[in-house]
Design a protein around this ligand. Structure first.
Ligand SMILES: [Zn+2]
Ligand SMILES: [Zn+2]
Length: 208
């Protein structure tokens, strides 16, 4: 199994790349992605930090024999924009962090205009939503069309069941993420696995 959403101490995680790799190995997780927050946040991963982190990732790959992907989580702003440092990431997750205003419109705008891999913690309980079934469908059509993965996020425990119900017959790609900010949460993806089994039997796991 894999965990493609982990924060290190290069943004707001409490653990180093080495500690994360060690913990993942102990938990039997063979592939992980370190996706620190991007430069829209003051503590985010800028170019210099991305290069420093890359060296640690390379070392951890050798020591622990794991697939470790170099990723980033970009917050989508009110105009559907994201900001990336100049670095060749293997995995780009995009997520809404600030508010739920024009939620699906912003995400759709973002995936139409940027090369990204995963939509993170969709419909997180950090916001309250008024449902818009039409926009939900347009969004899911876009995900399928563009081959972008929907994340099952074990930390936020989302997307919610009503939304996953709509995904049942769809040929989606899915990603699994603990969204760990603390070492003990690395590889804690039980919620995601349970929901994948229950709802997403037509989907394929994201391959990098
Ligand atoms: Zn996030
Ligand atoms: Zn995150």
């Amino acid at each position: 199994m894999f965990d493609f959403h982990i924060h290190s101490n290069y943004s707001d995680g409490n653990a180093s790349v080495q500690e994360i790799a060690k913990k993942a190995k102990e938990r039997g997780i063979k592939r992980i992605a370190i996706v620190d927050h991007s430069i829209e946040l003051s503590f985010g991963l800028d170019e210099k930090k991305a290069r420093m982190r890359e060296k640690e990732i390379e070392l951890a790959r050798e020591i622990y024999g794991l697939k470790i992907y170099s990723g980033i989580e970009c917050g989508i702003n009110n105009f559907g924009e994201i900001f990336l440092p100049d670095f060749d990431f293997e995995l780009i997750v995009i997520s809404v962090h600030e508010d739920a205003h024009n939620y699906f419109e912003r995400i759709i705008e973002c995936i139409e205009n940027n090369e990204v891999h995963v939509v993170g913690h969709l419909l997180s309980t950090m916001f309250e939503f008024i449902r818009n079934c039409e926009l939900e469908d347009i969004f899911l059509d876009k995900l399928e069309e563009l081959g972008i993965a929907l994340e099952l996020n074990s930390n936020h425990r989302c997307p919610p069941d009503y939304f996953l119900e709509k995904c049942k017959e769809r040929k989606l790609k899915i990603s699994i993420g603990s969204d760990a900010h603390r070492l003990e949460k690395v590889g804690r993806i039980e919620w995601s696995i349970e929901k994948a089994k229950k709802y997403l039997w037509c989907a394929k796991f994201l391959e990098l």
